[in-house]
Write a protein that binds this ligand. Structure first.
Ligand code: ADP
Length: 680
C-alpha cells in the first residue's frame, strides 16, 4: 500500500512536472479500477482529478466532471465545512490525517460513512500545493455497529429489568415464606399428636425446599448475569469444612451411610477464599453423593495439588459408592435443569440446578469441575481451586500434636476402611503411633497382645456401630478389665442420640464424638481424655437441648407484618427475652427514645419510615453519653449488597428472612456473649 502511495505521488509530480510517470499504465489502471475513492484537490479545495470510483460515488458520469468543483457542490454544508477545515489544517501543518471515520450528508438527505485518509500534495520542490485523499465506504459496517449497540443496550436493559424483577420477587416470596417456616417450627415445638405433627413437619420441609429452590434460581440468574460477587476472607479450612460435614451427617446417617472427611496434613491451616461459595459447592456435591448412594460411603478429600510460596492449589474430591452416572450423561448433567433420569426426580427430588451452579462457581474461582463415574459403582466429582495461603496462619498450629502425645500408642477400631485410614493418617500427623483393626474382637486381641508385650495402648478410638460386637460392648469389656485400667476409650458415632450418651457415660468411656469428627475436636477430646484433671464424664456432650445462652434481653422489635411479629415474638419469648413491638420506623424511634432496651431488631422494609432511615436517625441522636444500642437488621432482601447497605446505615448485624432460629441465636450470642453475662 505504501508503495502504491509513493507511486501515486510520483505520478502526480510527474504529471505536473517532468511527466516521468504521467502515462504509467499501472497508475491509469489503478485510477480506473481501484474500488476506493481517490481524489486530488488544489489549495482552494477544488478537485483537480478524481478516479472512476470517486466519480461514481459523487454521482457523476465521468471523472472529468468533478474538476473545478468543491465539496460544497456535491455534499451538504454539514459535511463540506468540516472537510474543508481538515484540508486547511493539512495545508497549514503539512501533516496527514489518517483513517478518520467521516459522516457524509448528501443533498437528497442520504447519509453515508467513509473511512478516509487525507494527505498533503507536494510539488517537486516539496511545497504543499494541495491535498489528496483516499476513502472507503463503511456505511454498512456503521449500520451493523449501530444495530449491535442498540441490541446490546436493549439486552442490558432487559437484564437489569430481570434482576430487579428477581430481587422483588425474592422479597415478595420470602416474606410469606418467613411466616410459613417460622410458624411450622413453632407448631412443631408444641405438644402435638402424631398426625398434626406430621402435617407441620411436611409444611416445614416443603417450605425449606421451596426456599432452597428460590435461592438456587436467584443464584443461577446472578451467575448468568455475571453479577456474582466473591468475598474472599481468611478461614480455617479444617474447621469450616469439618463443621459443614457435620451439618450433612444427619442425612447420611439416616441412610446408614458412612460420611468421612479427610484433609491432608500438607493443606495449609488458613487460606484466603470465598468460604461461603466453597461451602455451597461442597454442600451440593456431598449432598448429591448422599442422595444418590444407597449403601457404602461418601468421602470428601482435600489435598494440595500445587504449592508455590503463598499460593496453593487445593484439590477437592467428593467420592461416593452410589448409583453412578452413565457415560453419555457425564457432560449433560452440568447443564441447568439436567438430570440423568427425569423419572427418578420424584424419588430423589431436586431441580437439576445444583451442578450447573457449582460448575460455574468453580469456574469463576479459577478451577474446573470434573467428573468420573461408573454406573452402579459410584462417582467422583473433583475440582482444584487456586487459593492464597494466609500469612495469619498461626506460628504454632493448633493442629500440631502436643509433645506429650509423641509416640503414644493408639488403637483405632472401625469396620469402615476409609475411616480407619483417615484416623490413622490424622493421628500419625500428630506424632502418635496408631494401629487400626476392623472389629471389636481384633481390638481386644491387640490390646491383650500389647499388654503382654509391655507396650500397652493408652487410648482406643472406636466406632460405635459395628457388626457383631459394637463399640459400646467393646468399651464395656475394656473398662471392666483391670489390665486396661489406664486405657482411655473414645467412642465415635454416627448420630448424637441422647440414650447413647447416657449409656456410654455409665460404661465409663472418656469421651463421645459424632462423625465426621473435626480434627480440632478429636485432638481436644484426646488431650482431655488423657489429662487426669479433665478425665471423667464432664466432657460428654450435653446433647442438643435448645436453650439460649444469652441473658434475658429487653428487645424492641420493629416489624410491620403481623405474622412476622408473632413469629419473632414467639421465638424470642421462648428464649426468655422480653419483646416490645413497633409497627414502623417512627414508632421504633419513639419507643427507643423512652429507653430501657438492650437491642433493636429492625425490619428494613416498613411503611412511613423504613429500617435504614430509622437506624440513621437513631445513630444521629446517640451522642456520646450512652452506649450505642445494638441494631440487627431483619430483611427479606437477599441480594448481595443489602448487608452492606444495612451496615452502612449503622446497623451492627444482619439476619436474612426467613429468620432461622439458629442464625438469630448466633447473632444474639455474638452481640451479647454468654461469658459476659452474670452468673445469675
Ligand atoms: P439435582 O440434584 O437438584 O437434580 P444437580 O444439578 O445437583 O441437580 O444434579 C443433576 C443430576 O446429576 C442429578 O439429578 C443426578 O441425576 C445426577 N447426579 C448428580 N450427582 C450425582 C451422584 N453423586 N451420583 C449419581 N448421580 C448424580
Amino acid at each position: 500500500m505504501r508503495k502504491l502511495w509513493f507511486q501515486l505521488i510520483e505520478w502526480w509530480r510527474g504529471s505536473s512536472g517532468s511527466s516521468r510517470l504521467c502515462d504509467s499504465a499501472l497508475l491509469n489502471a489503478l485510477m480506473e479500477h481501484l474500488p476506493s475513492n481517490i481524489y486530488f484537490k488544489d489549495r482552494d479545495s477544488r478537485f483537480i482529478r478524481v478516479n472512476a470510483a470517486a466519480a461514481r460515488w459523487f454521482g457523476l458520469n465521468r471523472p472529468e466532471e468533478a474538476i473545478g468543483k468543491t465539496d460544497y457542490d456535491l455534499f451538504t454544508e454539514e459535511h463540506a465545512r468540516p472537510a474543508r477545515e481538515d484540508e486547511q489544517t493539512i495545508l497549514r501543518t503539512g501533516k496527514p490525517l489518517l483513517h478518520q471515520e467521516e459522516k457524509e450528508t448528501w443533498p437528497d438527505g442520504t447519509v453515508t460513512w467513509v473511512d478516509t485518509s487525507k494527505m498533503p500534495l507536494l510539488d517537486s520542490a516539496g511545497r504543499v500545493i494541495g491535498t489528496f485523499g483516499i476513502s472507503r465506504d463503511i456505511t454498512e459496517k456503521k449500520r451493523i455497529e449501530a444495530s449491535l449497540r442498540a441490541a446490546k443496550e436493549a439486552a442490558e436493559a432487559a437484564s437489569r429489568a430481570k434482576s430487579e424483577f428477581l430481587a422483588n420477587m425474592s422479597h415478595e416470596i420470602r416474606t410469606p415464606m418467613n411466616a410459613i417456616i417460622g410458624m411450622a417450627e413453632l407448631l412443631l415445638d408444641m405438644d402435638l399428636t402424631r398426625t398434626p405433627h406430621e402435617y407441620a413437619q411436611t409444611i416445614l420441609d416443603s417450605g425449606e425446599s421451596l426456599l432452597g429452590l428460590l435461592n438456587d434460581i436467584l443464584d443461577f440468574s446472578r451467575i448468568e448475569a455475571g453479577k456474582i460477587q466473591f468475598d474472599p476472607v481468611p478461614f480455617d479450612i479444617r474447621e469450616r469444612i469439618g463443621a459443614m460435614m457435620k451439618g450433612l451427617a444427619v442425612r447420611a446417617h439416616r441412610k446408614n451411610l458412612e460420611l468421612a472427611c479427610c484433609i491432608d496434613a500438607e493443606v495449609p491451616e488458613i487460606v484466603v477464599g470465598d468460604v461461603g461459595r466453597i461451602r455451597q459447592i461442597l454442600v451440593n456435591l456431598v449432598g448429591n453423593a448422599i442422595k444418590f448412594t444407597e449403601q457404602g460411603e461418601v468421602v470428601l478429600q482435600v489435598g494440595v495439588a500445587e504449592r508455590e510460596r503463598d499460593r496453593c492449589h487445593l484439590r477437592f474430591e467428593v467420592r461416593d459408592t452410589g448409583i453412578g452416572i452413565p457415560g453419555d450423561k457425564l457432560q449433560a448433567i452440568f447443564e441447568q435443569f439436567e438430570q440423568v433420569d427425569k423419572t427418578t426426580t420424584r424419588r430423589f427430588g431436586g431441580t437439576g440446578l445444583g451442578l450447573a451452579i457449582s460448575s460455574r462457581l468453580v469456574e469463576w474461582m479459577g478451577g474446573r469441575l470434573t467428573l468420573r463415574s461408573e454406573l452402579g459403582r459410584g462417582s467422583v466429582f473433583s475440582f482444584t481451586l487456586p487459593l492464597t495461603v494466609s500469612d495469619t496462619s498461626r506460628a504454632v498450629s493448633r493442629y500440631a500434636g502436643p509433645p506429650s502425645l509423641q509416640g503414644m500408642r493408639v488403637l483405632v477400631v472401625d469396620d469402615n476402611a476409609t475411616n480407619r485410614h483417615i484416623l490413622e493418617q490424622t493421628l500419625r500427623g500428630w506424632g502418635l503411633a496408631p494401629l487400626s483393626v476392623a472389629n471389636a474382637r481384633g481390638a481386644f486381641e491387640a490390646l491383650e497382645r500389647a499388654y503382654a508385650a509391655k507396650a500397652p495402648f493408652r487410648l482406643v478410638l472406636t466406632d460405635l456401630h459395628m457388626p457383631h460386637m459394637d463399640g459400646a460392648a467393646l468399651a464395656t469389656r475394656i473398662c471392666r478389665d483391670s489390665r486396661f485400667a489406664d486405657v482411655r476409650v473414645l467412642v465415635l458415632s454416627s448420630a448424637g442420640f441422647a440414650d447413647d450418651v447416657a449409656r456410654l457415660r455409665e460404661i465409663g468411656v472418656a469421651g463421645y464424638l459424632t462423625k465426621p469428627v473435626k480434627q480440632s475436636e478429636l485432638l481436644q477430646a484426646i488431650t482431655v481424655a488423657l489429662g487426669p484433671e479433665y478425665a471423667g464424664e464432664d466432657h460428654l456432650p450435653q446433647g442438643e437441648v435448645e436453650t439460649s445462652a444469652v441473658r434475658p434481653l429487653r428487645i424492641l422489635l420493629a416489624e410491620d407484618s403481623v405474622l412476622n411479629q408473632k413469629l419473632a415474638v414467639g421465638l424470642l419469648e421462648r428464649w426468655g427475652h422480653q419483646v416490645t413491638v413497633a409497627e414502623n420506623g417512627q414508632e421504633t424511634i419513639a419507643l427507643w427514645e423512652q429507653g430501657g432496651f438492650d437491642l433493636i431488631l429492625m425490619d428494613v422494609q416498613m411503611p412511613y419510615l423504613d429500617g435504614l432511615q430509622a437506624t440513621r436517625h437513631i445513630r444521629r441522636c446517640e451522642t456520646g453519653a450512652t452506649r450505642p444500642i445494638p441494631i440487627v437488621a431483619m430483611t427479606a432482601h437477599a441480594m448481595t449488597g443489602d448487608r452492606e447497605k444495612c451496615l452502612a446505615a449503622g446497623m451492627d448485624d444482619y439476619v436474612a428472612k426467613p429468620i432461622r432460629r439458629q442464625h438469630l441465636q448466633q447473632v444474639l450470642a455474638g452481640l451479647f456473649p454468654p461469658a459476659a453475662t452474670s452468673p445469675e
